[in-house]
Structure formats: structure tokens, C-alpha cells
Design a protein around this ligand. Structure first.
Ligand code: 3PG
Length: 412
């Protein structure tokens, strides 16, 4: 696969696909973690005289955090110490004129790529190549650099559509992510502990199935909604409020699959022994085997309890490899961040080689100054897809681009 340092960028126009999709509160971006991740790549391109056309998506249509990339331009510009022009267009005349007027060492950011209908679908490389986005921009572009690891599981025009038309290189972040995740996945060091939390239940079950079947995990510690689904599958009642909530989210259907996994790997899957709910305006921890459990009928579970954190901590201490994805609870609320922060902190304190990801939940690692984690992945769904043993379309696209252009590039 092509690396960032393989090409001469002086005076060339580069389309740099990044993933700056970030958490937003009251219309403002509240974490710059993904921006910091791509800085080395952007700086390298600017310092090597490239004209840099940056593209990112932000959320999905109709969601509250679906905003323009104006703030992305401001934040990136501030972190880089250079102006990053915000272009309120994606592939129309205005965008193309702005790209043509870029000078070496300058950067612009296109509008939120998902404002274009073509970018919302998952299509093959061939179909992505045939989109207006790719057809209109390709003639202006010399090289493509893809540093959007967090979107590597998506097959969309800006992510894979240029691969056969222009040489596409991995950005520094992409390379670092693939190396770290591969090390954790392939390593023979034991014990190997996976921590699966958050709300991506279907993805997490695929990971559990894959790593247990292939002998790549010794223990799986569960939390968040993933933990609740496994708890239900073990036959515990989590009360009306929680069942209703999971039903609304379409998650109850996964209890059957969780049961199948448990049938084969029961001792390897650990579930919380206590949970926290909000009771009279405060955090209340409830043991799964206590009578207070009836409170689950009216109070949704918002976190795992401290006893669970302690038990999980003991297992994490002994681990040699740790892979963790997703929060243990509603970490956005301080009183329910106890589980997520406790588990992430235990991972940081362990001497294992550790990889932690989960999209927006990694913000809590920076907020709470947690150190000692070997690799903090910017990927949420992409990381899960990787550990589920699936082929990531963006990684496939790098291979295709390399095969297509390697002879030509070797001769240039
Ligand atoms: C993420 O945050 O996981 C990535 O930005 C991908 O976003 P998506 O799940 O909306 O494609």
C-alpha cells in the first residue's frame, strides 16, 4: 500500500479524506480528539508544498449534530496555526474554483460531505467512481490521501471512489491505527481481554463471536447496552424500564444471538454484577442479586456499578493484551461516567498492550486525563468491524490503488 511519504507533493493538488466527525453540544463541537489525530498528516502535506483539499463528514442527515464544516475549519486552522478556508460547497462550481485557486502550502475544507446524497449510500468502488462527486473533482486532483480510519468501514464516494483513478496513500493516522489494531488482533501474548460496551450491540456481538471462535480472546468484559443484552441472555430480569428502552432501540432481538454465544463460551463472557440508576436525583448502585432490583422497573440503567468496576479491574491488571470499545454507561453525565472512567483508568494502569476506541467515548479519556493506554483509536464502528474480522472497504481500496499505480509510480 502507498504510504504518505511515497509521493512528491510539491505544487500538486491532494484530496485529503479525514474523519472529523465529532461530538456536538448545543451546536458546538466539544472534542478536538479527531482533529489532533490528523494534524501530522495535514502538516506533512502543507510543509511539502501540497495544495490540500480536505473532506470530512459530520454525522448523518436529520440528526442534531449534523452541522456544516465551518467550525471544523476554525478548529483545524487554530490547531495548525494556518488558515483553513471553509468552502460552502462540495463539488459544484464554487468548490472547483476554490480548489483551482489554492496555492502550494494552502488548505481548504469542503462542506460536510454528507450534504451530498451520493455520500450517504454504501456502494461499490465502481459505483462510487461514477458519482458526480468523483467525476467533478477527479480532474482537479493529483493524489488522494486517506486518513479517515474511523470511516474505513464505509464504502462511500469520498472514501473509496478515487482509488482506481488516482494513487491513494495512507495518512499517518491510518497507518498508525492499522499497525496498532493488527498488533492487538494478531498477538499471541496471553491473557487477551476484550471490553465491549456502548450501544453498538450488533457490531459488538460480531466481534465477540469472531474473537472467541478464532481463539483471539480469553475473556470478554461487557458493559453499556452490550452488557445489558448479555445480562438478559443469562436469564436475569432487568426490569420494565430497561426492557422497554432496549426494545425501542431495536436491541431485544439480539438477546437470542447473545444466548447462542453464551451457549458456547459462557465462562469467557463476564457481565456486570451491579448497575447504577438515577434515584431521587442521585446515582444509586444496585446489586443484580438484591431486592432493590425492582427499581429497574422504573429507573433506566445508566452505568455499571463500582463492584463491577473493581472485578473488571482485577482482570485487566493481569491482561497482556486489551482491546476495549465503547463506554460502560452514559459517560456524558459526570455521575454516570464512573464505570467508563474506572475501566479506562484500569486499562491505563495495566502493563498490557492496550487499544481503546469507541468513537465519541474516547473524549472521556482526555477529559479525565487518563494516561498509560498504548493506543487510543479514533475508530468506533471501524474498530469493531476490524476486530469482527471483516474486510474494511477503505483498506481494500488502498490495495486496489496500489496494484493499479505501483508500476507507474515506481517509474516516476
Ligand atoms: C464514526 O464516528 O464512527 C465515524 O465517523 C463513522 O460515522 P458513521 O457511523 O456515521 O458512518
Amino acid at each position: 500500500m502507498f504510504k504518505l511519504t511515497d509521493f512528491d507533493y510539491h505544487g500538486k493538488t491532494v484530496f485529503l479524506r479525514v474523519d472529523l466527525n465529532s461530538p456536538v453540544k448545543d451546536g458546538r463541537i466539544i472534542s478536538d480528539a479527531r482533529f489532533r489525530g490528523v494534524l501530522p498528516t495535514v502538516l506533512y502535506l502543507l510543509e511539502h508544498g501540497a495544495k490540500v483539499v480536505i473532506g470530512t463528514h459530520q454525522s448523518k442527515p436529520y440528526r442534531e449534530d449534523y452541522i456544516t464544516t465551518e467550525q471544523h475549519a476554525e478548529i483545524l486552522g487554530r490547531l495548525l496555526g494556518v488558515d483553513v478556508e471553509y468552502v460552502e460547497d462540495i463539488f459544484g462550481k464554487c468548490a472547483r474554483e476554490s480548489i483551482k485557486s489554492l496555492k502550494p502550502g494552502e488548505a481548504l475544507i469542503l462542506e460536510n460531505l454528507r450534504f451530498a446524497a451520493e455520500e450517504v449510500k454504501y456502494k461499490s468502488i465502481e459505483e462510487c467512481e461514477n458519482t458526480f462527486f468523483v467525476k467533478k473533482l477527479a480532474p482537479l486532483i493529483d493524489y488522494v490521501v486517506n486518513d479517515a480510519f474511523a470511516a474505513a468501514h464505509r464504502s462511500q464516494p469520498s472514501l473509496v471512489g478515487f482509488a482506481r483513478l488516482r494513487p491513494m496513500a495512507m495518512g499517518f493516522l491510518m497507518e498508525k491505527e492499522v499497525k496498532a489494531l493488527s498488533r492487538a488482533y494478531e498477538s499471541y501474548e496471553r491473557p487477551k481481554v476484550y471490553v465491549l460496551g456502548g450501544a453498538k450491540v450488533s457490531d459488538s456481538l460480531r466481534v465477540a463471536m469472531n474473537v472467541l471462535k478464532s481463539g483471539r480472546a480469553d475473556v470478554i468484559l461487557t458493559g453499556g447496552l452490550v452488557g445489558q443484552i448479555f445480562t438478559l441472555a443469562k436469564g436475569y430480569d432487568l426490569g420494565e424500564a430497561n426492557i422497554e428502552f432496549m426494545d425501542k432501540k431495536g436491541l431485544i432481538k439480539f438477546v437470542g444471538l447473545a444466548e447462542e454465544i453464551l451457549n458456547e463460551f459462557y465462562p469467557q463472557i463476564r457481565t456486570p454484577v451491579d448497575f447504577a440508576v438515577e434515584y431521587k436525583g442521585e446515582r444509586l448502585e444496585i446489586d443484580l442479586l438484591s431486592d432493590e432490583k425492582r427499581l429497574f422497573d422504573e429507573h433506566p440503567i445508566l452505568d455499571i456499578g463500582s463492584r463491577t468496576v473493581e472485578k473488571y479491574g482485577e482482570m485487566l491488571k493481569k491482561a497482556r493484551i486489551i482491546v476495549a470499545n465503547g463506554p460502560m454507561g452514559v459517560f456524558e453525565r459526570e455521575e454516570f461516567a464512573v464505570g467508563t472512567v474506572g475501566v479506562f483508568r484500569a486499562i491505563g494502569e495495566s502493563s498490557a498492550f492496550s487499544v481503546v476506541g469507541g468513537g465519541h467515548s474516547i473524549a472521556s479519556i482526555y477529559q479525565h486525563n487518563i494516561t498509560g493506554i498504548s493506543h487510543i483509536s479514533t475508530g468506533g464502528g471501524a474498530m469493531l468491524s476490524f476486530f469482527a474480522g471483516e474486510k474494511l472497504p477503505v483498506l481494500e481500496a488502498f490495495r486496489i490503488s496500489y496494484e493499479k499505480f505501483r508500476k507507474k509510480m515506481a517509474g516516476s
